[in-house]
Structures are given as C-alpha cells and as structure tokens.
Write a protein that binds this ligand. Sequence first.
Ligand code: ARG
Length: 462
Amino acid sequence: MANQNNQILKNTNAQILDEFNASIMFDKELYAQDIKGSIAHSQMLCEQGILTLEEQKSIESGLLQVKNEIESGEFKFSLAYEDIHMAVENRLTEIIGEPGKRLHTARSRNDQVATDFRLYVQDKSVSVKAQLKELVETFVTVAGKYTTTLIPGMTHLQHAQPLNFGYHLLAYANMFKRDFERFESSYERNNYCPLGSAALAGTPHNINRDSTSQKLGFISPTIHAMDTVSDRDFALEILFNISTCMMHISRISEELILWSSYEFQFVRMSDEYATTSSIMPQKKNPDVPELLRGKTGRVYGNLISLLTVMKGLPLAYNKDTQEDKEGVFDSVKTVEISISILNEVIKTMIVNTDKMENACKIGHLSATDLADFLVQKQNMPFRTAYYITKDVVTKANELKKDISELTIDEIRSASSELKDVSEEIVMYLDLRNSMNARNSFGGTSSMQTESQIKYFEEWLSK
Ligand code: ARG
C-alpha cells in the first residue's frame, strides 16, 4: 500500500515537472515561424550537400503536412514533446521517417527558438504598424471636422487657453505616428537572422548562414553566435513599444472618460462602447475606455517581468529565457485589440461642440492674450502686463463675467494703466481670435491645424 502510494506520488511529480518544464501550451503560437525556419534550414542543408535533394523534399513536404495538421486542429499537442520545436520535429519523423531525424543537423533549439521568436516579433511589428497607420488616419479625419471648434486647453486640468478640438486630436495623431516609427526602427535594428548560431558557439558543419537569412527575409545573419542565443533585446523592444503605445491609448481613454462625464459632456460614446449599470438604470458607463486604460497596466507588467528575467542571466542560453514568450504574446494581443477598439471609438464618438464652446467661456482662457496685447502694442514688459491682466481678471470675477465678455469700458476701469487702452483689445479677448492668434509653427490656430492635417495626409499616402 505504502509502495503504491509512493508510485502515485512519483507519477504526479513527474507530471508536474513535465508541465513545469514544458512550453508547448503557449509556444505552439510559434508553429508557423518554426516550420518556416525549418524549411529554410533544410533547403540550406541541401544546397550545402548536407542533405540530399530527396531528403530535403521529403522534409519540406512533411513539414507542410504538419502545418496543415496544426491549422486544421488535427495535431495532438502533448507534454511529451516539451515545446513546439520538439513537437514539430517528432511529428515530422513520424510522417517521413529517417530524413526527419536529419533536420536538426547544424542547429540547436537555442538558435531555433531565437529565430522563431524573432520572426514572430518582426511579423507583429509589421501588422501593428499597419493598425497604427489606420488609427492615425482616423484621428486626422476626425480632426479635420473640428478645426474651428473651440475647446478649453488645459494645464493641471485647469482651463488655460482656447484650442480647436481638431488640434487636440492631432496631438494623438502625433503620438501614434511616433509609435509607428518606434515599431519600424525596432524592426530595422532586429532584422538579423539567429539561425546557424547553434547552441552557443556556431557549428563545425559547413553551413551557409547568408542563405537561411535571405530565405527568411532578414538583412543578414547576426554576427556573434553566443550573443545571439542569449539576446532577447528584440522581445524587450516590442514590449517597450507596445507599452508606450498603450500609454498613449490610456491617455486618450482617460480624456474620453472625463469628456463623457456629466461635468464635461464634450463627447458621447456610441452605445456599443458604453454599458449600463446593473443597479443604476440611468447610467451609461465608459467601460471600454476604462478597460483600455486598465489593460495598460498588464502590458507594463510584461515589460518589467522580462527585464527582470534577463537581468541576472549568465551567458549563454538559460531556460529562464523560456519565460519570454507569454508576456510578449499577451502584450501583442492586448495592443492589437486595443488599437482596433480605440479606432472604432474615435470614429463613432458623438462630439458636442456646443458644450465644448460654452466651456471655453469659463476660466478666462484669453487672459494671456490681454498680456500679449500690452506687450506687442504698448511695448510693456511682460511681467508688468501679467499683473495688469490679473487686475482685469479680478474685475471680470467681480462682474461674474468671463474676460472675453468684458466691454471696453469694463476693461478700462479695471486698472489705471488701461484707462486709455485702445478699443482693439476687445477683439483680442475674443476666444476664437485668441485661438487663431496662436499661429506660430505647431500652434493651435485653425491655419496651423489645417497645415498639420496636410502634413499627415502626405505621410499617410506614403
Ligand atoms: N522551449 C525553449 C525556450 O522557449 C526552447 C529552447 C530550449 N533549449 C534548451 N537547450 N533547453 O526557450
């Protein structure tokens, strides 16, 4: 009885360990890259006379069959074959016999996994880039409709200066364009092929790394085998790029949440993207942008977690590195869904231009214009103009008016320095004029906003 119990315990331990050790449950995601890499490797081995043409042909068609089996759901994934590399090789050998056993000549799972994972990261960088371009296009298109709609520009979440809403949206077009460029430059930097690095030091076989590199779409092979099998910078880069992109998604989400609150009412999200409360029947909750904001946290977690995995690893390959994949898969899926949802939210949001414009009449948004007027027209030092403007703001508060609503007499009576001020000043305090006055390059004027839209349209058409 005691013996039997021991046996059960041993079996359980073995199974727990198999599960603990294996990555097949998640790295099956890399099956297409694994098969692509193996086909290229077999072709190179054949070119080099290491495999016969017959063997290579049999390997290639066998690998394509394995691919079909995986894609049709026929393939049996089992813990017996630890990871996707072993699973594919084993099934290949079951199908084609002897030649299957020759495939792993002159490579190791260490360069194999580095190649598969890098191919995955490169593929995803390209597809996320395409999504980001669409997102930029959406922001630019919506911005184009609101280049004259006033919205309070804020600093410290306090009313500061009037903007147009198109200009505000273009800030996000800029962020997502930078994200696009980050994915692009990481792609360029990492576009080198690990295959042929073997376990850590290269191989005595007469391989041709240029050939596999070319077949797999890389620029050229990496130049140091040991560095290559221990390097996960490419994975960290995509995690960072995704984190930054999610941070931007989170910031617009935060603004959407604020803007759709009762206090703002600047936008209303289409009903599909708002949910009701289970207890308060009157409510419309911004769950979707809240989730976009919330999911940003786990994406940051994935970045920090891989940085932490890597920080103490001696050269070269260590099994710790197997922990690189789930976080990347999770971050990629999260950013893909987040970009496509945000894209729809922005396309379908209903903008309440009246609320935006009315909100501009609170908080003396054109106060800086009064100071700027005194500097420009009366050659006053800015600091002096600043204090005089403060007096005008006090006056406006006493009258329960916004500075943009003051009459010339009210302005003149606010400070002895202003008693003869030109009537022109009233125009300068007008909110729309104030917005359009900021016509410096990169400023908020409708003209600058329009020309920035042109700039983006050109960028998008490339
Ligand atoms: N499943 C492993 C990983 O994801 C593949 C490489 C294993 N290499 C080894 N020598 N154990 O990292």
